[in-house]
Design a protein around this ligand. Structure first.
Ligand code: ACO
Length: 336
């Protein structure tokens, strides 16, 4: 391994057009717009009516390729982070490869839940930095509506569908790109956030369907208590170990699970809300897609610029959590 440093050289996203608002949910379960907004920060979320995670992932990759000015045949590796694969196998990465025509790429899926994008980015960076691949695409794609129980008011208000994709390539500047990452798991948290049936531990039966065990289960209060500390701590830790403070950061790009968790992380880093990418109000929690969706939207509207310092932060099922420090190298949207 030489001195190559990996970087994110392009971004793209896809959000389906159909919208499920808090007012719509008021008609489905015993909840209120006021409760959802004050407890979570969410006003609406997108629903993929037809299609699967690979369809959204493929569209995000196509948008990203257009932004980079390259073709699908140029892709070496596709890593798809998802907890809602189209099916157990083949992998959603294989399906995205087929749908985009990335005929020279190999690929695989990665299960890291809401930290899936950061875990995928860390993995992709290794392949690029060792020279094993010239480039790697990381796709975060989740059709959360496919595992959400719309009779369960605790959870159905939280999730939405979307996909985001980034291209990882060698950085053009040695001092810039993906500078550092911290990734952690704690399997003892598995019992608080999971999908119980359909796997080898509990194969699908009539009973598992009747007991609604094919839907996401979450003890929100238990997860909140850990998430709010872990995401803030790991974001502060990556600053400290790189000799930085909040004043050095242009953007915090947090996983969008709950506005209160995002605010706690920003406060711990000493960051003003103006420096935090927040779109949870429009999309809810799209699991592995939240971070690339933010990056792509902020880049597209010209707010994420070359030379800026950004921190990605996530917390999710597993438990899994992570942070990444990046000096942004992609050309500005207007200039590309
Ligand atoms: N509308 C109205 N009332 C509700 C609703 C609703 N949709 N949902 C729950 N309530 C009620 C509860 O029944 C409870 O009533 P009670 O006090 O009479 O028992 C009350 O509101 C408070 O419920 P809590 O669960 O304590 O609400 P909380 O403030 O914790 O908010 C939430 C719930 C939003 C889920 C929060 O706990 C949270 O964000 N948790 C963390 C989520 C997270 O970060 N997950 C990780 C990523 S997801 C992944 O990896 C796939």
């Amino acid at each position: 391994m030489g001195n190559t440093r990996a970087t994110i050289s392009a971004v793209g996203h896809y959000a389906p057009p159909d919208v499920l608002t808090n007012a719509d949910l008021e008609k489905m379960v015993d909840t209120s717009d006021e409760w959802i907004r004050t407890r979570t920060g969410i006003s609406e979320r997108r629903m993929l009516v037809n299609g699967a995670s690979s369809d959204m992932g493929a569209r995000a990759v196509e948008a990203m390729l257009k932004n980079r000015g390259m073709t699908a045949a140029d892709i070496d590796l596709i890593i798809c982070s998802t907890v809602t694969p189209d099916m157990f196998f083949p992998s959603t990465a294989c399906l995205i490869q087929e749908k985009t025509g990335a005929k020279n790429a190999w690929g695989f899926d990665l299960s890291g839940a809401c930290s899936g994008f950061i875990f995928g980015l860390v993995t992709a960076a290794q392949f690029v930095e060792t020279g094993k691949c010239r480039n790697a695409v990381v796709v975060g794609a989740d059709k959360m509506s496919s595992i959400t129980d719309y009779t369960d008011r605790n959870n159905c208000i939280l999730f939405g569908d979307a996909a985001g994709a980034v291209l990882v390539e060698p950085s053009p500047e040695p001092g810039a790109g993906i500078i550092d990452s911290i990734v952690r798991t704690d399997g003892s948290g598995g019992k608080y956030l999971n999908l119980k049936a359909g796997g080898s531990a509990m194969p699908a039966t009539r009973e598992t369907v009747d007991r609604r065990l094919h839907y996401l289960y979450q003890d929100g209060r238990a997860v909140f208590k850990v998430a709010v500390i872990a995401m803030a701590d790991i974001s502060a830790e990556i600053l400290e170990r790189n000799g930085l403070t909040g004043a050095d950061v242009d953007w915090l790009v947090p996983h969008q699970a709950n506005l209160r968790i995002i605010d706690a992380t920003a406060n711990r880093m000493g960051l003003d809300r103006k420096k935090v990418m927040i779109n949870i109000d429009r999309y809810g929690n799209t699991t592995a897609a939240t971070i690339p969706l933010c990056l792509s939207e902020w880049w597209q509207c010209g707010k994420l610029k070359k030379g800026q310092t950004i921190v990605l932060a996530s917390f999710g099922a597993g438990y899994t959590w992570g942070s990444t420090l990046i000096k942004w190298t992609a050309d500005d949207a207007a200039a590309s």
